[in-house]
Design a binder for this molecule. Structure first.
Ligand SMILES: [Zn+2]
Length: 208
């Protein structure tokens, strides 16, 4: 006979919230999880469904019923969970944040979104197999371009501020080190180690 206080367990449902950060995850296809897990992790894959946790500070990448996979169990660095600056943004066509920055510095604009969109239209992308989030990277690319624009903007403003009136570039330490390491090219005689002698070397590094 059943105890009236016993709640009959319902079939477990897949969690929506990440068990570590408590934020909602995005559903991912099983093929994505299988493609992304390192062999040891893949061997314990058992939950029927998984979600991707996009929280940067959370180490969980996929979670399902009684199952989590962390970033070190994934075959590639996960865009959302790596520090900004050198990340791969588009996994199919290997576009990195460094590529985006370089193009912005050289041309002032980014063609990455248009180029990737063209590949997507031509059915060349394989996001479900290559991107840990299991979906198209274009949203991440747009964010990374905005961030690169913002940081290059800040760098330009900093450079402008530091080259204002009264600014003198610091002498290169490499030159003085070379002078110190090469006594044969240093001036000989009693002046060699005097302050006058070393200033002469520093003076040669100031731009004309
Ligand atoms: Zn999480």
């Amino acid at each position: 006979m059943e105890d009236c206080c016993t709640v009959k367990p319902a079939a477990p449902t897949s969690p929506i919230l990440c068990p570590e950060c408590g934020k909602p995850g995005r559903p991912v296809e099983r093929i994505t999880v299988k493609a992304m897990l390192r062999p040891g992790a893949l061997m314990r894959l058992s939950a029927p469904e998984h979600r991707f946790c996009p929280t940067p500070a959370c180490s969980v990448v996929y979670f399902g019923i009684e199952e989590v996979f962390h970033r070190e169990e994934i075959v590639v660095p996960v865009f959302q969970k790596e520090p900004a600056g050198e990340r791969t943004v588009c996994y199919c066509f290997a576009v990195t944040e460094a590529d985006l920055r370089r193009e912005l510095e050289q041309t002032g604009h980014s063609t990455a979104t248009a180029e990737i969109s063209e590949h997507v239209r031509a059915d060349r992308c394989a996001c479900e197999l290559k991107n840990p989030q299991g979906s198209c990277c274009l949203g991440n690319v747009a964010t990374a371009v905005r961030e690169a624009l913002y940081s290059s903007d800040c760098a330009a403003r900093r450079a402008q501020a530091s080259t204002g009136p009264g600014y003198m570039p610091r002498p290169s330490t490499t030159t003085t080190d070379t002078a110190r390491a090469r006594p044969d090219i240093a001036p000989t005689g009693p002046q060699a180690s005097s302050p006058t002698g070393s200033r002469m070397y520093i003076d040669t590094t100031t731009p004309r």
